[in-house]
Design a protein. Structure first.
Ligand SMILES: *[C@@H]1O[C@H](CO)[C@@H](O)[C@H](O)[C@H]1NC(C)=O
Ligand SMILES: *[C@@H]1O[C@H](CO)[C@@H](O)[C@H](O)[C@H]1NC(C)=O
Ligand SMILES: [Cu+2]
Length: 236
């Protein structure tokens, strides 16, 4: 039983092209290009994190020094685009394997020095919708582009944005969900004085959360995206 459940994962892990990263951001009409303002990738950039307690669940990197990465400016209340692809070719047809269906989540946290705790609040989530199906399905048909709005009342300053895909194709097995987070460094301009409370990642996710240990099927419309609630309208 155990061997049977492990083999499909190894087979999938071998298909590196099946996986995904945030390759670039587009802010205020400017495409910053591959890797710009994104915390350094792993050696195999598009591999998933599978251990919810791994420090890599934060940003899929071991380099959490803010000074290792540029910071891109963005206006509070504006929309920006986070782009997902399998690799730096950034081919619109190459977003993530169609088999890797799952949810999309976007968090932000005030930027802190290396070694200090990032406190993540959630600004966006998308699970399953009966018309557009899984968030990953919509992303694939959208060429990898995910649009998010920076809360309009956010206090100006430096933030880390954590954009994440949780692929659920293996999630019926405990520990089988695949996490694809990447972190974008942003300088938020304008705004007001709100800094929502946040949670710790790793820490908040448990491997048996209903949105993480999940069997896809007839009940997909009731799938609950894991993590804290998206921050309320009063913060937008
Ligand atoms: C990106 O992935 C595609 C499809 O898997 C592959 O054909 C291409 O060579 C890869 N490009 C790079 C730069 O790794
Ligand atoms: C980043 O660089 C600035 C200026 O050189 C320095 O003051 C700060 O301590 C550095 N931060 C970290 C986390 O190393
Ligand atoms: Cu995979």
């Amino acid at each position: 039983m155990r061997i049977k459940s492990i083999i499909p994962h190894l087979v999938l892990a071998g298909l590196v092209s099946a996986h995904t990263i945030v390759t670039n951001v587009i802010i205020d009409g400017k495409n910053y290009g591959y890797g710009k303002c994104i915390r350094p990738y792993w050696k195999s950039p598009n591999y998933p994190v599978t251990d919810v307690n791994s420090p890599d669940l934060a940003c899929r990197t071991s380099n959490m020094d803010p000074n290792a990465t540029d910071i891109c400016p963005v206006k509070a209340g504006s929309k920006m685009t986070v782009e997902w692809h399998r690799n730096k070719s950034m081919n619109p047809d190459d977003v993530i394997s169609a088999s890797h269906t799952g949810s999309c989540l976007v968090y932000m946290a005030p930027m802190v020095a290396k070694g200090q705790k990032l406190e993540w609040f959630k600004i966006y989530e998308e699970g399953y919708n009966k018309d557009t199906k899984w968030c990953t399905d919509r992303l694939i048909s959208n060429g990898g582009l995910l649009e998010v709005t920076i809360p309009g009342k956010l206090k100006a300053g430096n933030y880390v944005m954590r954009a994440e895909i949780i692929a659920l194709h293996g999630a019926r097995r405990l520990g089988g969900a695949q996490f694809f987070p990447n972190c974008i460094q942003l300088k938020v301009e304008g705004g007001a004085d709100v800094v929502p409370d946040g949670v710790e990642i790793p820490g908040y996710y448990k491997e048996d959360d209903p949105g993480i240990h999940y069997t896809k099927g007839a009940d997909n419309e009731n799938y609950e995206v894991p993590g804290p609630n998206v921050i309320g309208a009063e913060d937008f």
